[in-house]
Design a protein around this ligand. Structure first.
Ligand code: WQD
Length: 344
């Protein structure tokens, strides 16, 4: 068994896939999650996939005393992957203080306690949202950070700065900031995937719920963007590929391979796909006809963004591998599985 890794938000969508990949690579995983947007059953499913039951403690990263006790209980944690955060863009506009408290105080608590308990590595779940509407595409890590368009996006920017400032002050922590593009899909086992709360805000869960008949039709937001077909363009990254990037980041920190104490990587495929292209690929890959309608733009949407993942490819030796067809098929199989389980 390799080192102990603490995964905050480890029962969530990206967290659960990452726990499996960490376990597959021999790491011992401790999950904490407040279960605000996930359920404890996920731990059972992680065990079914990897054959190993991770330690799970229900804990909120806002609970400083609880976190302090956790580090004392599980001595020898070598690094943290910090996923736990509120992540709904629209909700963050309505409840900014909830987002600032949850996302920022959690990170501050962790960084303070890392120093106290001698934990020296952190991988942070950041987002391409920090680039806003990029001036140049594909977007590299050197692209300027644009003013955030939502409190959620702002928490990602602020948290990146908090990590940089803390490390610059001389605290012995190494960090890797992973800027995800649009994570989609589910585990090929159909045991893990995204479980949106209520009406989905993101494209893929809305799309698969429409395909299965839970929603009547998908609204495609905008047809007059400056893109070949008029709909927005994104870089859709498979969630298992994304999870694997975290394992490489942890290896890199623990093996002292970093070129700087804080490193930043784009985690995307390098391929931009429009919303309409994605729908057509989904229909071909699954054989399911999707009911959709083009409507007006959604306020706050970026027109087009996709990654230049060259730095992650060459420096981490990581590359998105799964085809978009397989990724969409996995999302569809997950939706079918949810119906079988009577969940949605
Ligand atoms: C993708 C495209 C929509 C729903 C957001 C956050 C980002 C990230 C992921 C994390 C857009 C269009 C969507 C629908 C549609 N973070 N769309 N009909 O906005 O790129 O990114 O989620 O948690 O930080 O900003 O993702 O999936 O909402 O939208 O036409 O019903 O699909 O307009 O062009 P987005 P998304």
């Amino acid at each position: 068994m390799k080192e102990k890794i603490l995964v905050t938000g480890g029962t969530g969508y990206i967290g659960s896939h990452t726990v499996v990949e960490l376990q597959n690579s021999g790491y011992e995983v401790i999950i904490i999650d407040n279960l605000s947007n996930s359920s404890a059953d996920v731990v059972d499913n992680i065990e079914k996939v990897s054959g190993i039951r991770p330690v799970f403690e229900k804990l909120d990263c806002l609970d400083y005393t609880g976190l302090d006790a956790l580090f004392s209980k599980y001595k020898g944690i070598k690094a943290i992957i910090h996923f736990a955060a509120s992540k709904a863009v629209g909700e963050s506009v309505e409840k900014p203080l909830l987002y600032y408290r949850n996302n920022i105080v959690s990170l501050i608590n962790l960084l303070e306690l890392m120093s106290k308990h001698g934990v020296n590595g952190i991988v942070f779940s950041s987002s391409c949202t920090v680039y806003g509407e990029p001036d140049q595409l594909p977007v590299t890590e050197q692209a300027p950070i644009k003013p955030a368009t939502s409190p959620y996006g702002n928490t990602k920017q602020i948290n990146e700065e908090i990590i940089r400032d803390t490390i610059t002050s001389g605290v012995p922590i190494d960090a890797i900031l992973l800027r995800y593009f649009n994570p989609i899909g589910a585990h090929p086992s159909t045991l893990l995937g995204e479980l949106p709360n209520g009406v989905p805000q993101n494209l893929i869960p809305y799309l698969t719920q429409t395909a299965i008949g839970i929603r009547e039709k998908l609204s495609v937001f905008g047809e007059d963007y400056n893109t070949p077909d008029g709909s927005c363009i994104r870089d859709f990254i498979n969630v298992v590929d994304l999870a694997k990037a975290h394992v490489i980041a942890i290896d890199r920190i623990l093996n002292g391979k970093q070129k700087a104490k804080v490193e930043t990587f784009n985690i995307g495929t390098g391929r931009g796909l429009s919303v309409l292209e994605l729908i057509s690929i989904f229909e071909k890959a699954t054989g399911v006809k999707l009911n959709y309608q083009i409507v007006g733009r959604r306020v706050g949407d970026i027109e087009k963004v996709w990654a230049n993942p060259d730095y992650a490819n060459s420096e981490l030796g990581w590359k998105a591998e799964t085809s978009i067809e397989d990724t969409l098929l996995s999302a569809w199989k997950w939706q079918l599985k949810l119906r079988e389980r009577g969940i949605q």
